[in-house]
Design a protein around this ligand. Sequence first.
Ligand SMILES: [Fe+2]
Ligand SMILES: [Fe+2]
Length: 274
Amino acid sequence: MDAPYQAGPDVHVLPTNLPLPGLGVLPINAYVLLAEEPVLIDTGIGPDVDDFVDALSSVVDPQALRWVWLTHDDADHTGAIRRVFELAPHARLVTHGFSALRMSSWWPVPFERVHAIRVGDRLPVGDRTLRAVAPPLYDNPMSTGLLDEATGSLFSVDSFGALLPEATEDAGEVPHEALAGGMRAWATADSPWAHLLDRRRFAQVLDGMHRLQPSRIFSSHLPAASGTSLERFLQVLESVPDAEPAVAPNHEEFAQMLAAMTAAQPQPRPVAAM
Ligand SMILES: [Fe+2]
Ligand SMILES: [Fe+2]
């Protein structure tokens, strides 16, 4: 877990930057939206649940949370969900109904606290309304993003994610070619079905994103980005169906990745001889 950072007057990022040797760094973000009724968007990757709770508590008292918007039930989004629901007794779980049902296979989901949503629904959170939107690319059919209708902040789930050369807090700092290549690499790996797309219909989906006119873009797998980046991002996504398909590491490559990840871990201090 990395240090939280503020990405706007009302949005705080709770990031983990996961190093993937040979590939780069993958950001994994949860967000706190400081609406009148505070909203936590996703709950980190785990397994360091205490770290996540510390990061969350540095931004908002979990007791004050009213909503936890879970974009989908993938493991990199549900890390601390059980603990968060223990610490946030006033929070309700906003998610796709089937995400809630599927999570009940590993967590006794408090269904009485679930507020099921689908694309197009609106959720009032005190001083503003959040609209559920469909991300253009996704790795889980329950994926549900949101647009803050008051500020134009778009939370785009896995869409617009990118493998980056290094961790940063501002997508605008990443050189264009590196960002475009990293976004394409992520998109082909995370949404391999994109190669099957009808280009004309996909263009309509991207046009729908364009019409949202977000002021800021908060992807689960990209540092915070300004709305002016949207056109560039949409151009990258448009190229994904014809990009080189992602290839999984074979056993030898995976073993090399693991060795590099282990070598990068901090070594335990030697124990003094008795
Ligand atoms: Fe996902
Ligand atoms: Fe994800």
